[in-house]
Design a binder for this molecule. Structure first.
Ligand code: 5GP
Ligand code: MG
Ligand code: MG
Length: 177
């Protein structure tokens, strides 16, 4: 049997730490958006999918969901700065309170591009929720409203995050060997 945990040098954030943090974020977001008439969570595929699924189930107010897919890196571990929209939103976000759900903010280039793009579609409000933040790598300023964990400058995998398309299914966040 092939064991994907072989590629994990170190576990940075455990399943239990993730569970606790996602619960806290869900409570905070539910409180902050409780008066919204049209709350929409937009997940950025593919990396955000595991976080989105967990976070969504900690939301206690009415919410709709949408997905976008973007490509920024290819199979490399460093940013190209080039963002392509591979899958756009299915519905209009005009007048809605939009919360973008991301796996990780690294250089910030991807998020910068997506937020500018979405602002053009006139949401009522637009905020960012990211599971991970690597502030030391930032190239452009982006405002993050909800954050799981700040991490050092290491390439991480698991909990939605991949290396060459693999390891997204690890239930924790680990450092690639
Ligand atoms: P940014 O545009 O902020 O540099 O990077 C955004 C995207 O790069 C993330 O959504 C993620 O897909 C990828 N990325 C950045 N850092 C890492 C990392 O440590 N591990 C993995 N697997 N992907 C990363
Ligand atoms: Mg992402
Ligand atoms: Mg990736």
């Amino acid at each position: 049997m092939k064991d994907i945990t072989m590629k994990v040098k170190e576990i940075l954030i455990t399943e239990e730490q993730i569970r606790q943090k996602v619960k806290e974020l869900g409570q905070k977001i539910s409180e902050d958006y409780k008066d919204s008439d049209d709350f929409l969570m937009v997940c950025i595929l593919k990396g955000g999918v595991v976080f989105m699924a967990d976070l969504l189930r900690q939301i206690t107010i009415p919410v709709k969901i949408e997905f976008m897919a973007v490509s920024s890196y290819g199979n490399s571990t460093s940013s190209s700065g080039i963002v392509r929209i591979l899958k756009d939103l299915d519905t209009s976000i005009e007048g809605k309170d939009v919360l973008l759900v991301e796996d990780i903010v690294d250089t910030g280039l991807t998020l910068k591009y997506i937020t500018e793009y979405l602002k053009g579609r006139r949401p009522r409000s637009l905020r960012i929720c990211t599971m991970l933040d690597k502030p030391s790598r930032r190239k452009v300023d982006v405002e993050i409203h909800y954050k799981g964990f700040e991490i050092p400058d290491k390439f991480v995998i698991g909990y939605g995050l991949d290396y060459a398309g693999l390891y997204r299914n690890l239930p924790y966040i680990g450092v690639l060997e």
